[in-house]
Write a protein that binds this ligand. Sequence first.
Ligand code: NCD
Length: 309
Amino acid sequence: MMKLAKKDILGIRDMTVDEINLILETAESFLEISTREIKKVPTLRGKSIINLFYEASTRTRTSFEIAGKRLSADTINISASTSSVVKGETLIDTARNLEAMNPDIIVLRHSAAGAPHLLASLVRQSIINAGDGAHEHPSQALLDMMTIREKKGQLAGLKVAIIGDILHSRVARSNIYGLSKMGARIVVAGPATMMPRNIEQMGVKACTKLEDAITDADVVMMLRIQLERQKQNIFPSLREYAQHYCLNRKNIKLAKPDVIVMHPGPINRGVEISPDIADDPGCSVILDQVNNGVAVRMALLYMLSGGNE
Ligand code: NCD
């Protein structure tokens, strides 16, 4: 029985090391299903999962949908732009109406930090946070940790550099919580205007130069600039940003020779990562992250449903 002792997956901050390990091990065991000719097991037959997405998404939404389908659950996708949200319905009213249709799990992405926590306190269904504003993105951090562990064998003792718009990145925040719990050493770098003031209180080292952060790194994680969350212009131009913070053939030499390069996607080629690095099978694990994402989401759906196989 690999059941999680919680109703919801809201963030990595409130997860224990044992829970993280259990989720990663379960996800590793699910990887194989996606390589079968018939990529389907009956585990969640009869369960319904609603993907409720108030923000744009390609990977996360598709990945939750495929994960549910591979476990034989019925998956339903709702995106804000084609729902009654455009008619003025509130999140709470939408949730109450969905609850009345008796789904088992609701996967929520929302631009407001805390939206999944609010929903979790209101409805009896399990809520999975698929990204809430600049706050947390737990399934992304789990698939990132799974990918690092797959490539490096372990997380403890590794130097992980996280580069870019740290201030607005839920991916950075969830990874900082997770990777530090798992014993990795984290260095973040980005322009001062994209760095949270109290970041070192999260147990990471902060610098302004990309070069300082990636020196001797085992893992380099690049982030997209979250233009949609920036309230004012906090950097002069994309070109100038790229001059200082784009990972390229030259600066990557500062990292360990066997460094792996990660990005949650969507990537902006030539802004935070040069195309030749993004596409280099020798270091880029960006598509491995996507592959592992399906397995992590299968694990989360399975474990929240009480896992019995
Ligand atoms: C990330 C997100 O939405 O937070 N993308 C993702 O889920 N793969 C990162 C981003 O949008 O930059």
